[in-house]
Design a protein around this ligand. Structure first.
Ligand SMILES: Cc1ncc(COP(=O)(O)O)c(C=O)c1O
Length: 402
């Protein structure tokens, strides 16, 4: 399996740092549990049988490689760059999350864990993990904020059908950050027998590395698909950023290709000038959250701020450490799209291409809609369409009075 380096520097280093970000800011007994996970992961990823099992599941279970679709009508209407969609929405369970959930569930089986615990925001990670655990045969417990439970009803039902135990979280703002806090507390009760299967490239080492490795298939495929079809690399690769797993998955294969511009799109919510957004890198500063050092939206006392996004999977006050490093390095540009731009993009893509995107992915689509008209017609933008919008259909219909 590929070792990841940039400019000769290992990403992450042995201690799990990406520059000054990442690491393990956790109590000593949890550090042992994380080191055990890291060791097991390093063992398993070298095993040809593990890689083969994962590849076979990617092909025959998930449906990889996911296609790249040229959104011709949208591109023509915008009159600028050509927009291509990497169709992670077509994966089994409807989003990119299944890529790392299969890896995490196989690791749990290898480590003979008795229960897999996780948080979920939009429910996509929860559904993907419940699916992977059903496949592998391990009990699965998902913690989800009450606000998100009400918003993402179809995913809640699916998790239950798949046999997962759903734990509603009512503390705090009853959204993603609170779900992570709750799930971590449950995990801490027995880190020897339980395993935390985090839903993004966040948390203490080794999670940002492990989830990145499982997701990096997305960028590898984009590269190969572009080389086969155009004998060229794309000009832009664009992805929405919550914790950052779909974005890092799409970006990793291109980090050393300077001609490819990489753009992460954060949720600007009701506006960057308000306190109702979750644009961690645009408005936050280096700090710590959930066992890692990264950009954080926090108050003067260092407490995470309440955040907001129309997309449940993006309203998180932290962000992956590798993204924090890539921002400081200037290798990835982090921009944002508002709730309104996201809704407009959701409707526009649905009506002009017949593809209903997830509200999370709609942020990346919104960026392309805003920027493509300023580019030449032969520029090519790949948008990572991280998930499908079935889960959001009722919410959007109510909001728009459809
Ligand atoms: C479809 C989809 N895209 C993106 C995200 C955001 O997560 P990440 O930034 O880790 O890709 C989520 C999270 O739930 C999601 O469901």
């Amino acid at each position: 399996m590929t070792e990841h380096t940039l400019n000769g520097v290992a990403l992450p280093d042995e201690q799990g740092f990406f520059g000054e970000y990442g690491g393990q800011f956790i109590p000593p007994h949890l550090k042992q549990a994380m080191d055990d996970i890291n060791q097991a992961y390093e063992e398993i990823r070298q095993q040809p049988t593990f890689q083969q099992e994962l590849q076979e599941l990617f092909t025959h279970y998930v449906g990889r490689p996911s296609p790249i679709f040229h959104a011709k009508r949208l591109s023509e209407q915008l009159g600028g760059a050509q927009i291509f969609l990497k169709r992670e929405d077509l994966n089994h369970t409807g989003a990119h999350k299944i890529n790392h959930c299969l890896g995490e569930a196989l690791l749990a089986k290898y480590m003979k864990k008795s229960k897999v615990i996780a948080e979920t925001g939009a429910g996509q990670h929860g559904v993907a993990l419940a699916t992977a655990c059903a496949l592998v045969g391990i009990p699965c417990e998902i913690h989800m904020g009450q606000v998100d439970i009400e918003k993402e009803h179809p995913n809640v039902v699916k998790m239950k059908i798949l046999g997962a135990t759903l734990v509603p979280v009512t503390r705090g703002t009853a959204t993603l950050k609170d779900a992570v806090d709750n799930a971590f507390e449950e995990y801490l009760k027995d880190p020897t027998n339980f395993i935390y299967a985090i839903g993004s490239v966040v948390g203490p080492h080794p999670f940002p590395k492990m989830v990145r490795d499982f997701q990096s298939i997305v960028g590898k495929e984009i590269k190969q698909q572009f080389q086969e079809r155009f004998h060229q690399l794309p000009d832009y690769v664009v992805a929405c950023v919550g914790g950052g797993s779909n974005a890092i998955g799409a970006f990793t294969a291109f980090l050393a290709d300077d001609s490819v511009k990489l753009v992460g799109v954060e949720p600007a919510g009701m506006g960057l000038e308000t306190d109702k957004h979750a644009a961690t890198m645009t408005k936050g500063k280096p700090g710590q959250i959930h066992g890692m050092a990264c950009y954080v939206l926090e108050d003067d006392k260092g407490e995470p701020l309440p955040v907001h996004s129309i997309a449940s999977g993006l309203d998180y006050p932290g962000v992956g450490p590798e993204h924090s490093y890539l921002k400081d390095l200037g290798r990835v540009r982090y921009e944002s799209a508002t709730d309104q731009e996201c809704l407009d993009a959701f409707m526009r893509l649905s009506r002009i291409e017949g593809i209903i995107p997830a509200l999370e992915s709609s942020h990346a689509v919104a960026w392309a809609i805003r920027e493509a008209p300023r580019m030449s017609k032969d520029a090519r933008i790949v948008v990572n369409l991280s998930g499908r919008g079935d889960k959001d259909a009722d919410y959007v219909a109510n909001k728009l009075g459809l």
